[in-house]
Design a protein around this ligand. Structure first.
Ligand code: CAA
Length: 381
């Protein structure tokens, strides 16, 4: 792995950093307070070409790689973790399965609109009784003529209220377990699609996670991704990339926690000197800095493998696991360093603490990442 960033990667990171520093900061604070979807931030990202960052130029994308994508998400998450996950769900979970697994017709129909952000996307896998056990799908799709009729309920679907496209998973042959699941690219104006509840969450308030209900939703057969029964594979391959996105978001939250702590520790005086002069604080700062760098290296390794078209299941699980736990630890230490002030809404670290937690849960909990990693290391013995 080359540790030197290319000019294109540095360019994308610098554009995202400038946007984040100049505009996203106040949007992040306000979206958290009001639970408002940061539409102006997403519009600006669309204008900057970020919503199609790794889509090829033939579909209107920027044609960059997953390392550039990770760098951009990290910069965004420093200021607004909600904006970062909105982009991550759109790019990794909705656009990538069409790019990587779709037909030529599906690509030319969906990707140009997704690259410009005029169609935002989401990924409808999780159900009330199928979270970690993603194969336990209850949603049904029944072939009727040239279309599938889909009925069921989905849960915690990031971007669902704003999306124009959804990757929907449903059982076509329930007796076949995970081999009976199929995946569909669905336009959300299809009759039968309904957003039934938007969750009131602990953090990432600007990213809306919703419950969906499908009632006799008729989806053309040509919208099937891969073959019937290959939906579980679609989900797993997609999550290999999605976990790189969440690792990058977690990295941004961790970095924001460190940056806030460095500033506060040099300003805050106790017993006549800045708290940064005490070893108790220095050790926390040092651990945060080391773990953030380690998380970034793991994330860029997974991104590099993905760009080379090599298997990255274990590596993206490692990156997501370590970056999420680094975000949670860094945010916890940041609150501790800020003391009583860190527990108030006057300081951003309180938000980082709430936003960090979800990175250990969505797109596969830390426990699921450990299972994926263990399966891989045991297999290689
Ligand atoms: N790529 C391709 N195929 C894969 C794969 C991968 N990464 N991982 C597994 N598979 C295939 C296997 O090869 C196997 O195929 P065959 O049966 O044909 O041989 C099949 O999938 C089943 O594999 P396993 O036996 O390993 O599956 P399992 O049931 O034991 O475990 C799991 C699977 C890892 C626990 C999986 O269910 C999982 O990842 N669960 C977590 C789901 C998740 O991350 N959900 C988050 C949803 S998105 C979200 O959070 C919402 C949002 O909007 C942000």
């Amino acid at each position: 792995m080359d540790l030197e960033l290319t000019e294109a990667q540095r360019g994308a990171r610098d554009v995202a950093r400038r946007f984040a520093r100049e505009k996203l900061g106040p949007i992040g604070v306000e979206a958290d307070r009001s639970h408002r979807y940061p539409a102006e931030a997403i519009d600006e990202l669309a204008r900057l070409g970020m919503l199609g960052i790794f889509l090829p130029e033939q579909y209107g994308g920027a044609g960059l790689d997953h390392v550039a994508y990770s760098l951009v998400l990290e910069e965004l998450a420093v200021e607004c973790a909600s904006t970062a996950v909105i982009m991550s769900a759109h790019c990794s979970l909705a656009s990538w399965p069409i790019l990587g697994l779709g037909t030529a017709k599906q690509k030319s129909h969906f990707l140009p609109k997704m690259a410009t952000g005029s169609w935002l996307g989401c990924f409808a896998l999780t159900e009330p009784q199928a979270g970690s056990d993603a194969a336990g799908q209850k949603t049904r799709a029944v072939l009727d003529g040239d279309s599938y009729v889909i009925n069921g309920t989905k849960n915690f679907i990031t971007n669902a209220p704003q999306s124009k496209v959804a990757i929907v998973f449903a059982m076509t042959q329930p007796d076949k377990g995970h081999h009976g699941i199929s995946a569909f690219a669905v336009e959300t104006d299809t009759p039968g699609w309904a957003v039934t509840r938007v969750e009131d969450k602990m953090g990432i308030h600007g990213a809306h996670s919703a419950q969906l209900s499908f009632l006799d939703m008729r989806v053309p057969r040509e919208n099937l991704l891969l073959e019937e029964g290959q939906g579980f594979k679609v989900a797993m391959k997609t999550l290999d990339g999605g976990r790189i996105g969440i690792a990058s978001q977690a990295l941004g939250i961790a970095r924001a926690s460190l940056e806030a702590s460095l500033k506060y520790a040099q300003e805050r005086l106790t017993f006549g000197k800045p708290i940064a002069q005490y070893q108790a604080i220095q050790w926390k700062l040092a651990d945060m800095a080391v773990e953030i760098d380690a998380a970034r290296l793991l994330t860029h390794r997974a991104a590099t493998l993905k760009d080379r078209g090599e298997a990255c299941t274990k590596e993206s699980a490692m990156a997501k696991l370590f970056a999420a736990e680094t975000a949670m630890k860094s945010a916890t230490e940041a609150v501790q360093i800020h003391g009583g002030y860190g527990y108030t809404k006057e300081f951003k670290v309180e938000r980082f603490f709430r936003d960090a937690k979800i990175t250990e849960i969505y797109e596969g909990t830390s426990e699921i990442q450990r299972l994926v990693i263990a399966a891989s290391v045991l297999e290689s013995r």
